[in-house]
Design a protein around this ligand. Structure first.
Ligand code: SF4
Ligand code: SF4
Ligand code: SF4
Length: 667
C-alpha cells in the first residue's frame, strides 16, 4: 500500500559483549562459578560503624549528584573542581546518585557536622564560591541556595524522610518532595552508591540478616505474598505467586534474574536505582534467591546504561569482598553468585522470554508461553525474573512486615511506585508516591503544571496509552480502566500544543523499529500502520483511512505473539477512542493542535504589528516579505519552512499559526 517498504532488519539482536562470549564459547549460565579468593565476612555492625563515619563526618561533607542526569547537566566538572581544591581537612567531597529532582541538576548537598543540609541546585561556575564558603562554615549566600534541611535526629539518615525542610529559597523543593513517600528511593542522592558501608549505615542489609537467620524461605515467600507486592515492570503480576511457583519446581537448579533492560523512552527508574542505590537491588536479589533456593543470579541490564553497569559491577565486587555475596553469605550456609549480563540493545529484549533467549546467546525473540520462565526458563531451569524496582521493595517488606507495607497504596495495588515525570511540567524527575495517588497530585502539585495547559497524559511508555487529562487514581486497575497500562511508570504530560495523531504515529514508529520480526502482523503491520498515520499528518489521507487504521490496529493487537505487538497499538486505539475529533480534523487537512507542519500556516497580524522587523531578520528562508503600503509584512507560504523562528521571536505576539483546510488536498 502506498509504496511502503518494510525497513531492513538489524543483523544482530544480541550485544557485542554477548557475541564475544558466544565466540569464546562461554555461556553465561554454565557453571562457571569459582569460589572467590577471599573468605572474609565483615560483621554488619563494623560496616555500619564505618558507614556512619563516612556519612556523618566531623567536617563538612559535600555530596555532588553525578548520576546520568547530573552528568548531562555538567556535574562532573563541578565535582572535579571541588575534588581538586585543597580543603585543609575542613571538608570532604563525595559523589552521590540522583535525588530525583532532575530539574534542579546539578545538585550539591553540603552537610555540616550539626546535621544541617544546604542544597544548591542548578549549580554552575558562578555558584561554586557559595558552595565553598558554605562548606567552610560561613553562612550560605542565598543567591544560589535552593533549600535547607535539618536531620530530625542528628546522625540518623535512612532516607530523605529523615530530613526536615526548614528554609526554602527557590525551585519548589517542598512542592516536589512533600507529597512523595520515598520508601524505596529514599537513599538515592544521599549516599555514595559505591560505598557499601554507607548503605549499611542507613539500614541496609538488616533485611538480609533477618531473612537468613530468623526466617525460613517459605516464611519469606508468604511474607511477600501477604504484602501484595506486584511486579513493577509492566503487567503487575503478583510477585509472591511468581516466587512460590519457582520455589515449588522439582528442578534444584533455580535461577534468579533482575530485569534491568529498561527500554521505555521516558522511563528511567531502574537506571536511577542502579546508579544511586545499587545495594538495595542487590540485597533484594539475594533475598529472592534465598527464598526460592537459587544459587545463581543475573542482572540483565540495558547496555545503553554504562554508568549503571559500572555501578552494579562495583557493588557486586564489593559485596563479595565483605562476605555479602558469594560463598557462605554473612557466615550462613547460603551461597550465591551474581553476574551482570549486558542487554542486546533492543526494546523487545526486555520481554522476559526474549531476555532469556539473549542470555542463552540466541536471537532476541520472544518464546511462546506457557511454559512460563518460573517453570522452565534459562536453559530450561526454573527462573525467577523480577524487575529492579520490584527487588528494591523486598528489603523494606522483610524489615517492616507485610502489614506495614499494605498501609500505603490500595487494597489491590499496595505499596509505593516510582514514576518518571516528564513533558510539560515545571519540575521533572523521578518521584515515588503511594499507588492510588490522584493524578493531579503528581502532575500539578509535584510537577507544577497548570491544569489549563494540560491536554493529556501518556502513561506506560510507547506501548502504554494516551489518555485525556483528568483526575483519577494511579493504580493498576484504574490505569487499565482508562485503556492504558501502567508499564514501568513513565508519565509524560502533554500540553495543548501536542497533536494526538502525531504522538500516536511517533509511538508506532518506535515500536515498528523495535519489533523483532517474528510474526507478520507486528513486523509488517506496524510499519503499515505508521504510514497510514503519516498520511494523516501530511494531509494526503483519503476517505476510509480511519476505519483502516482502527481495523489494522485491532488485527495487530489480536494476532501478535508477545506483549510488544499486543500493546504496541495502545497509543492509536486510546487516541482514537478519546481524541477521535482530531483524527477527523486531520482527514480534513487541519491539525487542531497546530503541530503537524504540512497542515499549518504562519500569518502576521498587521493590526498589532509594531514594524520592528525582528521576524524579517530572523527568518532563515526569506519567507517574511516587507512591502510598502498598509499590508507591509506578509509570509510567503511557498518559501516558509515552518521553522517557528518568527513566532518565537516576535516581541509583540503578533504572529499567528493557523491550520485550515489543506490547500492541495484532492487537487
Ligand atoms: S509481536 Fe512483534 S516483537 Fe513480539 S514476537 Fe511478534 S514480531 Fe516479535
Ligand atoms: S516559520 Fe520560519 S520560515 Fe516561516 S516565516 Fe517564520 S521564520 Fe520564516
Ligand atoms: S516581529 Fe512581530 S512586531 Fe516585529 S515586524 Fe514582525 S510581526 Fe511585526
Amino acid at each position: 500500500m502506498n509504496g511502503f517498504q518494510v525497513p531492513p532488519r538489524r543483523k544482530y539482536l544480541v550485544s557485542a559483549s554477548v557475541r564475544q562470549e558466544l565466540k569464546e564459547k562461554k555461556r553465561p549460565v554454565e557453571s562457571s562459578y569459582k569460589p572467590p579468593d577471599f573468605d572474609v565476612v565483615i560483621p554488619l555492625p563494623s560496616l555500619v560503624e564505618e558507614g556512619r563515619l563516612s556519612l556523618f563526618p566531623k567536617i563538612s561533607r559535600i555530596s555532588v549528584g553525578v548520576a546520568t542526569c547530573g552528568r548531562v547537566a555538567g556535574a562532573q566538572s563541578i565535582m572535579q573542581t571541588l575534588v581538586e581544591r585543597d580543603w585543609e581537612n575542613q571538608a570532604r567531597v563525595v559523589s552521590v546518585g540522583c535525588l530525583g529532582a532532575c530539574y534542579a541538576e546539578p545538585l550539591v548537598d553540603i552537610r555540616t557536622s550539626e546535621g544541617r543540609h544546604y542544597f544548591f541546585g542548578g549549580v554552575d561556575r558562578q555558584s561554586l564560591w557559595s558552595i565553598i564558603t558554605t562548606a567552610l562554615g560561613s553562612p550560605p549566600p542565598v543567591k544560589h541556595l535552593w533549600a535547607v534541611a535539618q536531620e530530625r535526629q542528628t546522625g540518623v539518615l535512612r532516607g530523605i524522610h529523615d530530613l526536615e525542610l526548614i528554609q526554602l529559597e527557590k525551585c519548589g523543593f517542598k512542592d516536589f518532595f512533600h507529597p512523595q513517600v520515598r520508601r524505596i528511593s529514599g537513599r538515592c542522592g544521599l549516599i555514595d552508591p559505591q560505598n557499601i558501608t554507607e548503605y549499611a549505615a542507613t539500614g541496609g542489609y538488616q533485611a538480609l540478616a533477618k531473612a537468613l537467620f530468623e526466617l525460613k524461605p517459605k516464611n519469606i515467600i508468604q511474607m511477600i505474598e501477604a504484602s501484595g507486592l506486584r511486579g513493577r515492570g509492566g503487567a503487575g503480576f503478583p510477585t509472591g505467586e511468581k516466587w512460590y511457583i519457582t520455589s515449588e519446581s522439582p528442578d534444584p537448579m533455580r535461577i534468579v534474574v533482575a530485569n534491568a533492560d529498561e527500554g521505555d523512552p521516558g522511563a528511567y527508574m531502574d537506571r536511577a536505582l542502579l546508579e544511586s542505590d545499587p545495594y538495595s537491588v542487590l540485597e533484594g536479589l539475594v533475598i529472592a534467591a534465598y527464598a526460592i533456593g537459587a544459587s545463581q543470579g543475573y542482572i540483565f541490564v540495558r547496555h545503553e546504561y554504562p554508568l549503571a553497569v559500572q555501578t552494579i559491577r562495583n557493588a557486586i565486587s564489593t559485596a563479595r569482598k565483605v562476605g555479602l555475596l558469594g560463598r557462605n553469605i554473612m557466615g550462613s550456609s547460603f551461597c550465591l553468585e551474581i553476574s551482570v549480563v549486558e542487554s542486546a540493545g533492543a526494546f523487545v529484549c526486555g520481554e522476559e522470554t526474549s531476555m532469556l533467549q539473549v542470555m542463552e546467546n540466541k536471537r532476541g525473540e520472544p518464546r511462546c508461553r506457557p511454559p512460563y520462565p518460573a517453570v522452565r526458563g534459562l536453559q530450561n531451569h526454573p527462573t525467577l525474573i523480577n524487575n529492579v524496582e520490584t527487588l528494591a521493595n523486598i528489603p523494606w517488606i522483610i524489615q517492616n512486615g507485610a502489614d506495614a507495607y499494605r498501609e500505603l497504596g490500595t487494597a489491590t495495588s499496595p505499596g509505593t511506585k516510582i514514576f518518571c515525570l516528564a513533558g510539560a511540567v515545571e519540575r521533572m524527575g523521578f518521584i515515588e508516591v503511594p499507588l492510588g495517588t490522584d493524578t493531579h497530585v503528581l502532575v500539578e502539585k509535584i510537577g507544577g503544571a497548570s491544569r489549563q495547559s494540560i491536554k493529556s497524559l501518556h502513561i506506560g511508555g510507547p506501548s502504554g496509552g494516551i489518555i485525556p487529562y483528568r483526575r483519577f487514581n494511579l493504580d493498576y486497575e484504574s490505569v487499565a480502566a482508562t485503556g492504558a497500562i501502567m508499564g514501568s511508570g513513565g508519565l509524560v504530560v502533554l500540553d495543548q500544543n501536542s497533536c494526538m495523531v502525531n504522538m500516536a504515529r511517533h509511538m508506532i514508529n518506535f515500536m515498528a523499529q523495535e519489533s523483532c520480526g517474528k510474526c507478520v502482523f507486528c513486523r509488517d503491520g506496524l510499519p503499515q500502520l505508521e504510514s497510514l498515520l503519516l498520511e494523516l499528518c501530511i494531509g494526503s489521507a483519503r476517505d476510509g483511512i480511519l476505519e483502516a487504521i482502527e481495523e489494522l490496529s485491532r488485527a495487530i493487537r489480536d494476532s501478535a505473539l508477545c506483549g510488544l505487538g499486543r500493546t504496541a497499538v495502545n497509543p492509536v486505539l486510546s487516541t482514537i477512542k478519546d481524541f477521535f475529533s482530531e483524527y477527523e480534523a486531520h482527514l480534513r487537512g487541519c491539525c487542531p493542535a497546530v503541530h503537524c507542519k504540512p497542515l499549518i500556516d504562519f500569518e502576521i497580524l498587521l493590526t498589532s504589528c509594531r514594524d520592528c522587523k525582528a521576524c524579517y531578520l530572523v527568518c532563515p528562508s526569506g519567507a517574511v516579505k516587507i512591502r510598502s503600503g498598509r499590508e507591509r509584512y506578509i509570509v510567503d507560504r511557498q518559501l516558509c519552512s515552518k521553522c517557528w523562528a518568527c513566532y518565537e521571536t516576535c516581541p509583540f505576539d503578533c504572529i499567528k499559526i493557523t491550520s485550515e483546510e489543506f490547500m492541495w488536498k484532492n487537487s
